[in-house]
Ligand binder design. Structure first.
Ligand SMILES: Cc1cc2nc3c(=O)[nH]c(=O)nc-3n(C[C@H](O)[C@H](O)[C@H](O)COP(=O)(O)OP(=O)(O)OC[C@H]3O[C@@H](n4cnc5c(N)ncnc54)[C@H](O)[C@@H]3O)c2cc1C
Length: 322
């Protein structure tokens, strides 16, 4: 873990595991609240948002698991490939999750369609052709919906002292704004392109197909924003100062990694200058260095059950503490 490259390969996965854990906890709380209500009091719109959220988190969780385990396997070299060290069987176990309960691309598309039609009840059960007709009339006004963290996020945005171009990339307000702006831009431009395509193409399949990649990108940006907001809310809930600081650094690493992965988009759309783009990379390296001494705490904090610990390779001489 002392190698920068090893840190770069593994720490962002740990940061994302925390981020997804917080988002999953938020989802479960919302589900518990809704399912504990008398059926007559359940808001159908809220119920549909919850279903969309669950679909989106299924996608990111399962892709994350598959990629993180593969990277961890490689990070352990040949030992990672040995059956006794269990990474290969874990990888085999999680593989199918990207497909079953709904292929991840298909589910991402579902998230986008629901966002674009503002979770309208009418959409349920529509064929793709019917959806395109409905969408053409209704998607002109895509409205951003905040998560449960609404108040905290608004306070962070209202009290920030700087702006996107000059502010520190470690500023939470800057990160939140970059995530929000990307989602809003992608959704509203996807909506406009869908409407234009519907007018231009006779066949609704062709019309949708024309912008399918854009629509999927919008959904991914939405899911990223929801996950970041859940992370921010979790930090706000944390009462221990040292834990709060550690989570805050981890949140920086998560946010900057997401920006780095979609850097081409941010630059193409002038949301990131060349200089800022280099600063994103520097920020990731800096956070890797800050987090390095806390890596055992972070891994223990994930609460991996005892019976899964104690891989054979960790018993080898000299491996302890690494
Ligand atoms: C091990 C295992 C256990 C299972 N258990 C169950 C079970 O107990 N009960 C049950 O009901 N089902 C079960 N399934 C089925 C599972 O739910 C489906 O495999 C899953 O929903 C994906 O559907 P599909 O196989 O038809 O693939 P498809 O949806 O046909 O996807 C095939 C490929 O086409 C792509 N694709 C599909 N649609 C689109 C589109 N609109 N745009 C672009 N690309 C698209 C997908 O991304 C994917 O790459 C199981 C599957 C597996 C592998």
């Amino acid at each position: 873990m002392d190698y920068l490259v090893h840190q770069r390969r593994l720490l962002p996965h740990i940061a994302k595991s925390y981020a997804l854990g917080f988002a999953q906890n938020e989802l479960i709380s919302a589900m518990h609240r809704i399912q504990s209500m008398p059926a007559t009091e359940v808001d159908p719109q809220e119920q549909r948002e919850l279903e969309g959220r669950a679909a989106g988190l299924k996608v990111v969780n399962t892709w994350h698991a598959a990629r993180a385990i593969q990277e961890s396997r490689e990070a352990c070299g040949g030992a990672g490939y040995m059956a006794e060290n269990r990474l290969t069987s874990l990888r085999a176990d999680v593989d199918v999750f990207t497909t079953f309960e709904g292929d991840n691309h298909v589910l991402t598309q579902l998230v986008a369609k629901e966002l674009l039609t503002a979770y309208a009840d009418e959409v349920r059960g529509m064929s793709p052709v019917e959806w395109m007709r409905f969408a053409a009339d209704t998607i002109s006004d895509v409205v951003k919906k905040r998560t449960a963290a609404q108040q905290i996020i608004q306070t962070i945005l209202d009290t920030r002292q700087d702006n996107e171009e000059d502010g520190s990339l470690f500023n939470r307000g800057t990160q939140l704004t970059m995530f929000e702006d990307r989602e809003q831009y992608l959704l509203s431009t996807a909506a406009r392109r869908l409407q234009a395509a519907t007018k231009r193409e006779d066949n609704p399949f062709d019309a949708f197909n024309f912008v399918q990649d854009h629509v999927l990108h919008a959904a991914r940006a939405h899911i990223d924003r929801v996950v970041l907001e859940a992370f921010v809310a979790a930090i706000d809930d944390c009462t221990d100062e040292a834990t709060c600081d550690l989570l805050s650094d981890l949140c920086d690493l998560f946010a900057l990694t997401v920006i780095d992965e979609d850097k081409a988009w941010f630059m193409e759309h002038r949301h990131l200058s060349v200089e800022r783009s280099k600063a994103v990379l520097r920020g990731i390296n800096e956070r890797c260095r800050t987090l390095r001494p806390h890596v055992m705490t972070l891994v223990e904090g994930l609460g991996v059950p005892e019976y899964l610990l104690g891989s054979a390779m960790l018993d080898r001489e000299g491996a302890a503490g690494s």
